[in-house]
Design a protein around this ligand. Structure first.
Ligand SMILES: *[C@@H]1O[C@H](CO)[C@@H](O)[C@H](O)[C@H]1NC(C)=O
Ligand SMILES: *[C@@H]1O[C@H](CO)[C@@H](O)[C@H](O)[C@H]1NC(C)=O
Length: 286
């Protein structure tokens, strides 16, 4: 009897291991980049970078934005860094996102003096040139949906979303989200910008979405210090990158379910054959 319980436990384990949700949307990779100058591995600068990155991860458990400076000698060895989580994430989601972003930027930008990485839910950046509090509207990445005719109604809703993101009513916000019908949009500044700079950055991003993307069902633009994006229907009608990773997830899930089932059936067969052997022994013994 205890064998059966053990088997059931194993099967449950298989089944539960395949139904755990795959990586959440906040982890989706948007962009990453590293500075040209390199440091010598094992140098004091490397220690400073690691200490800064650790501070980012620790801090993300308590707040959505923070900046750090780790002084070095000479002054060119001082490292500056910040993280910014999307304004609608809670501390738990934020710290998980930043931990992931830091680990990815550490790999991507190994031995680079500076690096930056944007996941869907958070942004991290560090460098030995100070960029904290400096507005920067460089276009980092931009994607637009296909320009298949939006109805004029849909275009009106899209424009309403963009208009709200550009000038939200009430108080100043680094994070803005908006919806109209099936259109949704978000905009986010890094917390080191002043309200005026943030407003200027977001306005610029939205203007570019309007002019560069035109009447499309989705669009996203990431400037160095802010971003704006919108989409029609569902949370994901984004680029082909995204769709394929989504498909991969589905395939992985299906594969996991199949493997789980096969393993379960195999275990049952093994158990049954074991049972029949035991029975035969008993028969033979009598
Ligand atoms: C950053 O470090 C690199 C490599 O040591 C150096 O060439 C560069 O001048 C530094 N940048 C600043 C702003 O200090
Ligand atoms: C950086 O962090 C310090 C301490 O948390 C804060 O006083 C300062 O305003 C921040 N600077 C920027 C540019 O955000």
């Amino acid at each position: 009897m205890s064998n059966i319980v053990y088997l059931l436990f194993l099967i449950t384990l298989f089944l539960s291991s395949m139904t755990t949700p795959s990586t959440s949307a906040t982890d989706s990779f948007i962009f990453g980049g590293c500075s040209q100058p390199k440091y010598t591995p094992g140098s004091a600068y490397e220690t400073a970078v690691n200490s800064l990155l650790t501070s980012l991860v620790n801090s993300a458990a308590f707040t959505n934005y923070n900046n750090f400076t780790v002084p070095g000698t000479p002054a060119s060895d001082t490292v500056y860094g910040l993280f910014q989580c999307r304004g609608d994430l809670d501390n738990d989601q934020c710290s998980r996102c930043v931990a992931r972003a830091v680990s990815q930027v550490g790999t991507l930008c190994y031995a680079s003096c500076g690096g930056a990485l944007q996941l869907e839910g958070c942004f991290v950046k560090y460098d030995n040139a100070t960029f904290l509090g400096v507005e920067d509207k460089t276009v980092v990445t931009k994607k637009c949906g296909p320009s298949v005719g939006l109805t004029s109604d849909a275009l009106t809703r899209r424009d309403a979303v963009l208009a709200y993101l550009q000038t939200p009513d009430g108080t100043y916000k680094t994070f803005r989200s908006s919806g109209s019908g099936d259109f949704q949009g978000v905009a986010q500044c890094t917390g080191d910008l002043s309200p005026t700079e943030c407003q200027d950055c977001v306005s610029d991003a939205i203007q570019r979405l309007r002019t560069d993307c035109g009447p499309t069902s989705w669009g996203e633009i990431y400037l160095a210090k802010c971003y704006a994006r919108y989409s029609e229907g569902g949370s994901h009608s984004r680029g082909s990158n995204d769709d394929s990773s989504h498909n991969d997830d589905e395939i992985e899930k299906t594969l996991a379910i199949l493997i789980g089932l096969i393993a379960g059936v195999a275990l049952i067969i093994v158990f049954l054959s074991f049972l029949s052997k035991v029975c035969e022994k008993h028969k033979g013994g009598k």
